[in-house]
Design a protein. Structure first.
Length: 187
């Protein structure tokens, strides 16, 4: 029975399919692995941890700025430039009303300044939006994983003893059952 489609990206694995979030949400937390590697000559047990977080797929969304949300004003330029700067309103100030982000471009040509200011405003708002989105994702991940310490483990996989123990339910099953995908036996 094929449950989900899997796609691996570095240390991130993406699953898709029907009820995938419902299936994997109980797996979020710290999983401890105890094993004896084949290279270990003295039989010492090596322990490592894996953090699991179940997050929604976050697609990249491009910010679209409504022209009614933008206030464009012109002003006299400042700095070097001689009489031309003192007599023309070539400096463009663009403000995004909802976020309060303001961009000021000061050059010789008002039309180029306006174009450049709108491009810069879009870039800054996209950066603001992306940082807020990333903050929400990291908060959600931290909520599921905690600090990442082994003491917060939800499950221990003991390869030598061929068993898996769920620390939340207290149930134990064989490692072979987990390899077959029978995680529901632990719930």
């Amino acid at each position: 029975m094929k449950l989900f489609r899997k796609k691996r990206v570095s240390s991130l694995t993406i699953f898709s399919g029907k009820d995938v979030k419902k299936f994997f949400l109980p797996e979020s937390g710290i999983h401890r692995w105890s094993r004896i590697p084949p290279t270990e000559t003295k039989g010492r047990v090596h322990t490592s941890s894996v953090t699991v977080a179940v997050l929604d797929d976050s697609k990249y969304e491009k910010v679209l700025i409504n022209s009614r949300e933008v206030e464009i004003t012109t002003a006299r330029g400042s700095g070097n430039g001689g009489q031309h700067k003192n007599t023309t309103d070539s400096c463009v100030v663009v403000k995004h009303k909802p976020t309060g982000v303001t961009v000021r471009i000061d050059g010789r040509c008002q039309h180029k300044n306006k174009k450049n200011a709108l491009v810069e405003l879009t870039r800054r708002i996209q950066e603001l939006y992306d940082s807020q989105k990333n903050l929400k994702i990291s908060d959600k991940r931290r909520e599921q994983v905690g600090s990442g310490n082994r003491s917060e483990k939800i499950r221990t996989y003991n390869v030598k003893a061929n068993r898996v123990k769920d620390h939340i339910t207290g149930k134990k099953i064989s490692l072979a059952q987990v390899y077959k995908g029978n995680l529901r036996l632990l719930r």
